[in-house]
Design a binder for this molecule. Structure first.
Ligand code: FAD
Length: 597
């Protein structure tokens, strides 16, 4: 092998999305020597794809808005399964984090008075999303990236972490390979921040890109950390359904926030037929009231199109199932008949181009055909709400790969704000932990050798199955059996199949050598996807109720008993799969409970 490349840092951040960049900046500013490692090119993270905006109760358009209202919306949207302390910190600190982005050069859209403009999104009582057209993530990444690079933070890109390394129960470093050369690299660091995003690529129809294979979730499990909320997967109501090559691609919620409505094949505005009891008192019951709400929020209630995502996705699913779907199996999303072409092109430029180029549909003149798509992982690493440290000393998690903040369902816009609020907190805490250590943990040669052997294992098998067919079968299984509406017997079947996929993965082989070899990369990612899929399927089977993003056909309502507890996932004793335990949710203090009376 001729010696493995090695580097030593105080803090290594895995992932260069909004959460990773914000954590790296904070750790650097706290005096730590910091590296960012990311498996694609810098700037290619999911954050860059975020369209609608970043939720923060700045009160620029509605002075009545404040952190308490945002906190309440977030908890109700998550059906009270959220970690209350995370939801509180998030609501309190998001406005400062947004203002700080502006100080660093982000160019947000403006109100007529020159304040940062805010847009409507589902589940938010007031217009609250700071945005830049429908390209908010792009501007956010540009700003954070520019700052990280200007500060001189080291970036290792197209470099994939495959294992975390420990010493005496605490983090000691990380093991990775360069995608281009296939050569290995070891990072020695007492603090590691996981910022690897979600795991939507385990499903067939998804808005997520190739990077979302649950690496951080799996790395954390293997290092002894715990995951929570894994049964709660968000299916976004509006993904493209046609043409087949782009099925699942996101259609931003801003289309509805800016006035778009949903219709079935009979032309009926069907969301009025699907208003759940839980949200009835705050939802308009006539089209007239719903339409008035856009201009007068004080005297009118929210349109049902802007119910939380889980409610809208289930309603669309029900309409299609009842035979009232479109020719390509979706429903219609219409903004053309509601807003002028000028308005649509100014507010939704990316959507206009996306439909024009990919589907030959002019959204200023015709409705779009849309349907649910696997979008966001509420589940992730269990962390301390104030510092984002996991149960493993030195291991932190932020952004989509962490759990707790969003409970059973995330409100739109609450991810971008989550990234910057908790990114900063994790970076601060990771730097403080590293500087407070008396002596540094050391990476053992045996652990490095084992990580290397694990990564190379698929080359040791001749004539085995290739990883692509296993991935396809997994994606189909998760789509069919662990999808938007779940059933005990189907989840049991999914768990049996995942076991079979694991056996197939043990016998798979990859062709060629280590220089840029996508088959090998997928073989490594696939192990992570399987572990995470097992966690989702087992947690979904265990939670015998419907709540937020987790819907059971055989247990259709929420169960108050289940509403008081989380399912905690850990690696099993022999390291081949996962086990579950139940854990009581932390008790909310009385001064916050009063918002829910
Ligand atoms: P990401 O931005 O995805 O970054 C993950 C990083 O981890 C990447 O750099 C990746 O290369 C790296 N990585 C992963 N695995 C490894 C590994 N093994 N080794 C090294 N590096 C690794 N949210 C909102 O709040 N508002 C919106 O308007 C919005 N719109 C969205 C639109 C789309 C199309 C999508 C897909 C999501 C949207 N979301 C939105 C959700 C939001 O964008 C994401 O949840 C958020 O950006 C995740 O950020 P992150 O920092 O956790 O991860």
């Amino acid at each position: 092998e001729g010696g493995i490349e090695r580097h030593t840092y105080d803090v290594v951040v895995i992932g260069a999305g909004g959460s990773g960049l914000r954590a790296a900046i904070a750790a650097h500013e706290a005096g730590a020597n910091v590296a960012i490692v990311c498996k694609s090119l810098l700037g290619k993270a999911h954050t860059v794809m975020a369209e609608g905006g970043c939720a923060a109760a700045m009160g620029n358009l509605y002075p009545d808005d404040n952190w308490q209202v945002h906190f309440r919306d977030t908890m109700r949207g998550g059906k009270m399964l959220n970690n209350w302390r995370m939801a509180q910190l998030h609501a309190q600190e998001a406005p400062d984090r947004v203002m700080e982005l502006e100080d660093w050069g982000a160019l947000f859209d403006r109100t007529p008075d020159g304040l940062i403009s805010q847009r409507d999104f589902g589940g938010h009582r007031y217009a609250r999303l700071a945005h830049i057209g429908d390209r908010t993530g792009l501007e956010m990444i540009r700003t954070l990236q520019q700052r990280a690079v200007a500060l001189g933070i080291d970036v290792y890109m197209e470099c994939t972490v495959t294992d975390l390394l420990k010493s005496d129960g605490a983090i000691a470093g990380a093991f990775a390979y360069w995608r281009e050369t296939g050569r290995f690299i070891v990072f020695e660091a007492p603090s590691i921040v996981l910022a690897t995003g979600g795991f939507g690529k385990a499903w067939k129809v998804t808005s997520n890109s190739w990077e979302y294979t649950g690496d951080g979730h799996a790395l954390a499990l293997r290092a002894g950390a715990t995951l929570i909320n894994m049964e709660c997967v968000q299916f976004h109501p509006t993904g493209m359904v046609w043409p087949p090559s782009v099925k699942g691609l996101l259609v931003t919620e801003s289309v509805r926030g800016d006035g778009g409505i949903l219709k079935n094949s009979e032309g009926r505005r069907f969301m009025f037929d699907h208003i759940p009891e839980y949200f009835r008192s705050e939802t308009a019951d006539s089209e007239e009231e719903a339409d008035r709400w856009y201009d007068d929020k004080k005297n009118n209630r929210r349109p049902p199109e802007l119910l939380p995502r889980d409610e809208v996705a289930r309603a669309i699913n029900a309409e299609v199932k009842a035979g009232r779907g479109t020719p390509h199996g979706g429903v219609y999303l219409d903004i053309a008949s509601r807003r002028t072409p000028e308005f649509i092109k100014k507010r939704l430029p990316s959507m206009y181009h996306q439909f024009k180029e990919l589907a030959d549909v002019d959204i200023t003149a015709e409705p779009m055909e849309i349907g649910p798509t696997c979008h966001y992982a509420m589940g992730g690493v269990e962390v301390d709400p104030d510092t984002e440290v996991s149960v493993v000393p030195g291991l932190y998690a932020v952004g989509e790969c962490s759990g707790g903040m969003h409970g059973s369902n995330r409100l739109g816009g609450n991810s971008l704000s989550d990234l910057i609020v908790f990114g900063k907190r994790a970076g601060d805490a990771a730097a403080a932990y590293a500087s407070g250590l008396g002596s540094r943990p050391t990476v053992s040669d045996g652990d490095v050798a084992a990580a290397q052997q694990g990564a190379l294992a698929p080359f040791e098998v001749d004539g085995g199955e290739n990883p692509y067919t296993i991935q396809q079968d997994l994606q189909q299984t998760m789509n069919d059996l662990v999808g938007i509406i779940r059933e005990g017997s189907e989840l049991e079947e999914a768990i049996v199949r995942i076991d079979q996929f694991k056996e197939r993965v043990g016998r798979m082989s990859v062709e060629g050598h280590r220089q840029y070899n996508p088959g090998w990369h997928l073989a490594i990612d696939l192990r992570n996807m399987l572990l995470v899929s097992e966690a989702v399927a087992k947690a979904a089977l265990a939670r015998q109720e419907s709540r937020g993003g987790h819907t059971r056909n055989d247990f259709p309502g929420p169960d108050p008993e289940w509403g008081t507890k989380n399912l905690v996932v850990r690696l099993n004793a022999d390291g081949t799969g996962v086990d579950l335990t139940e854990q009581a949710l932390p008790e909310m203090p009385d001064d916050l409970k009063k918002f829910f009376d």
